[in-house]
Design a protein. Sequence first.
Length: 299
Amino acid sequence: MMKIVIAGGTGLVGKRLQTLLKKQQAEIIILTTSGENKIEDGVRYVKWMDGSVPAGLEDATAFINLAGVSLNAGRWTTGQKSNILSSRLSSTNEMIRIMKSLKIKPRIFINASAVGIYEPSETKIYTENYIPNVTDFLSDVVYKWEQAASLANELGIRTCYMRFGVILEKNAGAFPLMLLPYQLFVGGTIGSGKQWVSWIHAEDAARAILYAIEQQLLSGPINTVAPNPLRMYDFGKIIGEVFKRPHYLPVPSTLLKIALGEKSMLILKGQYVVPEELNKVGFTFKFPTLQEALHDLHK
């Protein structure tokens, strides 16, 4: 039976992952900074980030770090940008510290990452072989995040960085905000419409994590995106078609920059990212196209 230790286990991907792990009757341990140690619905919640080493983590199959302040939360003020970076580094560093202290270490360490490590481009195609350049706040955060996680390699632990694209979930993450204008009948092209959106259904994101645990050949960066990226114009058009809403009212870049500040880059810029490593090892996407993903979320 698998024993899985998760930080950020109640978040966007964590909830989906818990559901999959329960189906496999895995032992699930959620590291939490709120509340007391408890067992709820068969899941053990353990306090961490207090300088101690929580009991019962020996001989885990995997340590998974999904913790970090959401990029979608609030404007990117100087303070918020500091929180975004520090929350990711502190959780990663703490997991490294705990794993280092264990006599029987986990077989694999999976750390969340993001396609934001690749510089925005309307023409480049990014596989995991591309060597990223730090060009903006987001790529700097992701680069430092992966560097912190890479210390697990020195402990002899197979380490994966799951470079997530835009994760689509019904009532969480960026998707409800993307859907809102269409629900209000004011949906349309955002910015130039030429920017790429590399996306993934939340269930496939969780399935990819589980696959990485089981697939020994996977290590290092893993582009965790669906195999069919879309330009923003087509992405919005398909939202309108699936949800039966018009797609006609453009949203100018200047308006978004005023409304969102630097955070507007999340939707005004993008990357064409290919899940090459997942394809190599035979991972099958449950929702390979946006139409399939949206029809599932529209249930």
